[in-house]
Design a protein around this ligand. Sequence first.
Ligand code: HLD
Length: 509
Amino acid sequence: MANSHDFKLSASTANLKCTDLLPYKNTDVTLEFLQKVVDVLKEFVMQTNDRNVKILDFRHPEDMKKILDLEIPEQGLNLQTLINDCVSTLKYQVKTGHPHFFNQLSTGLDIVSMAGEWLTATANTNMFTYEIAPVFILMENVVMTHMREIIGSNWKNGDSILAPGGSISNLYAFLAARHKMFPNYKEKGIATIQGQLVMFTSDQSHYSVKSCASVCGLGTDNCVIVPSDINGRMIPAELERLVVDRKGRGHIPFFVACTSGTTVLGSFDPINEIADICEKYGMWMHVDAAWGGGLLLSKKYRHPRLTGIERASSVTWNPHKLMGTLLQCSTIHFKEDGLLMSCNQMDAEYLFMPDKLYDVEYDTGDKVIQCGRHNDIFKLWLQWRAKGDEGFEKHMDRLMELSAYMVKRIKEMPDKFYLILEPEMVNVSFWYIPTRWRGVAHSAQREVELGKICPIMKGRMMQSGTLMVGYQPDDRRPNFFRNIISSAAVTEKDIDFLLSELDRLGHDL
Ligand code: HLD
């Protein structure tokens, strides 16, 4: 492991302060300081990709507070201390791009996308007007149009925006749907809606969908939870039954959120069947493909999972998940153009003057409920330039192939692992079986016991620093492991390591 002594500034620079850097003073000192920071970052990239380096050096919060000096000083610290701060920050950071990090939907460290993020940080601009982000705004236009064309040939003339995360993307869909149905809501508020609005989503959907009902005045009781089948897919007949039930009570069903790639099981709701119901009852269909959207790029895996997505009115798709774009990069797309603007526009005169030098259509800031927007496009644009559509397709196919390999290996060791269901994407759900439960017939009682060991094994993973895999219970079962393969760094050997490391850490439990 690198220590701060490997990152020494020259004796004449080390004791200088930030006031010796640009814009105050010295170009040479600035260049030396920046070069050293880049050296620290490069070291982290190398360690992330080194299987002999641990994923994390876990410390409890109270111990971590003692190790780190996090206090804000009265007098500014010298440049060497700042470099040392950078080193110790990364020393205790979890290496989410490590080939043995299977813990989250967003994993990996794509080098081109990271280079893009470095450029973005340096350009340091806001995305609300063409005036201050001309190149980035045009890139956003090109990439969003490309993504819409991938969603469906009838989407080209729609609209899109990058949002701070999938949850806020889903909120934008909700707001646009309500605006489309009740255009006066924006000015007149809740009184314009004569009746109780209700929305529908499956019991496997992301919690942010329910949060829309809370944030937007419906109340979570009016986000109707539709049961899913044993594979985690919304049951269309149940959706229709619940819509009819709510209509019978005089409510106004207006919005259905399908999920393409559920968080835990990676399941895909049957879009076409849900679209038929939405058309029949005049409801907006949103597809939350934050997780599964990447598979739109694969001819092999797009169907049947995402078949019918072009019938949606809005789609959430997060490149920072399956596509491996750096955090964060989240997109929301609309088939109809103009809705975002008419729904969210406030005409702030000091930012969005209509009489500017250029075509103000390119000022995107008034389409959103935020004011400022971070530049999340450059890292995606650069990555897509590097890979092309073909490169992303290969990436998707490879992730799916690796997941199939993991399933195969699990099935080859039925004494040690129990596969919960055949996955539709890269979420592999399973129990690990320690020695004392081997050869015992599977039962509800064994599930309870296998569930109890998940947090113990996770604790051991983090203490040893060699592996990170997530676990959770769901409505049908106690704790189980959910493994995610979304990183380009993972190989078959890493999956073999993962399974043998689980056995090493858990066999005695
Ligand atoms: O909601 C979630 C978002 C992400 C992510 O952006 O990586 C849930 C998870 O990840 C997760 O790993 O369960």
